[in-house]
Design a protein around this ligand. Structure first.
Ligand SMILES: [Zn+2]
Length: 80
């Protein structure tokens, strides 16, 4: 089993890597080592032991922009 950083809430190192999240699909949680504490259920960065919220917001914003740009390009191609 892979060893992760301590949980920022309860200080346990008993965490499990998440394979899928609503905000990042299958890539996001792997990208940020998003783990879930098996003791208290907190989700955090298993590499740094810190909260992943900032990373998630940045990731979500970037994905949102990409989707927006792609749909815009798609519409341009469709209606030109
Ligand atoms: Zn915990």
């Amino acid at each position: 089993m892979k060893q992760f950083a301590q949980c920022p809430k309860c200080r346990n190192a008993n965490a499990q890597q998440l394979s899928f999240t609503w905000w990042g699909g299958v890539i996001g949680p792997k990208l940020f080592t998003h783990v879930k504490c098996q003791t208290c259920g907190a989700k955090y960065n298993g590499k740094t032991g810190k909260n992943n919220t900032t990373n998630i917001i940045i990731y979500f914003a970037i994905v949102g922009i990409i989707v927006f740009v792609l749909s815009f390009v798609f519409m341009m191609i469709m209606y030109l």
